[in-house]
Design a binder for this molecule. Structure first.
Ligand SMILES: Cc1cc2nc3c(=O)[nH]c(=O)nc-3n(C[C@H](O)[C@H](O)[C@H](O)COP(=O)(O)O)c2cc1C
Length: 202
């Protein structure tokens, strides 16, 4: 069985992800040509191997020696956490061991945005900034840099989706207070934007 064929295990406390395949995709210029927002997204699952590659592309570690990531962050504060909302639970992506940790054992997809499709798409990513982690950034600059840093992650996801035939839409239209409750966030944690990912509707 190919890693990309692995299916999502249900509500597991910890989901180790297959090693990311860093060889695949299409040339960068073609990915840029194909990058777009798509809101017509199928309800079909994405195989675990593809989720693994998606998360690594989003914000995984690409330099083991110092744990730096595929997306830059101001002063390398690495303050953006990626939560993954699926039919089989809400998980936190842990880049250091490239795995998912169960955060809420429920399908909370409907709470990840104010558009109808979010309840049915296979994956909603939620980008959460932990401002408390940004010790080397002046307090008045933290939210601004967190927003900039989120943009890089979101664009990585856009390009990954373009390269692998997936549909995606980044979303700022959220009920942040309700979602923050669901995610049990501390006051210093801020929901930046969410991003839905799935197969395009034919
Ligand atoms: C910060 C940000 C927030 C966005 N919020 C939403 C949203 O809540 N819902 C949505 O359907 N699209 C949202 N979009 C997608 C934009 O509408 C889309 O990027 C824009 O229309 C340009 O289309 P393109 O991405 O295909 O170039 C957002 C985009 C950005 C950058």
């Amino acid at each position: 069985m190919n890693a990309s064929d692995l299916l999502w295990p249900g509500f597991a406390e910890k989901v180790p992800l297959p090693q990311p395949d860093v060889e695949g995709g299409i040339p960068l210029m073609q990915a840029l040509q194909r990058r777009r927002t798509t809101r017509e997204i199928s309800t079909s699952d994405i195989p675990l191997g593809m989720v693994s590659n998606l998360l690594w592309a989003a914000s995984g570690i690409n330099r083991r020696e110092d744990h730096r990531r595929t997306a830059p962050t101001a002063r390398n504060q690495q303050e953006i956490d990626v939560y993954v909302s699926t039919a089989k639970g809400l998980y936190l992506y842990e880049p250091r061991n490239h795995s998912l940790r169960l955060h809420v054992a429920a399908d909370v997809r409907a709470q990840t945005g104010l558009q109808e499709f979010v309840a049915q798409v296979p994956v909603n990513l939620i980008y959460v900034a932990d401002l408390a982690r940004m010790r080397e950034v002046q307090i008045e600059n933290r939210e601004f840099y967190a927003a900039v840093d989120t943009g890089f992650i979101s664009q990585n996801v856009y390009l990954f989706c373009a390269a692998f035939g997936l549909a995606t839409v980044v979303r700022g239209w959220l009920d942040r207070a309700t979602l923050a409750d669901t995610l049990r966030l501390r006051p210093e944690q801020r929901i930046m934007v969410a991003q839905s990912v799935g197969w395009p509707l034919a």
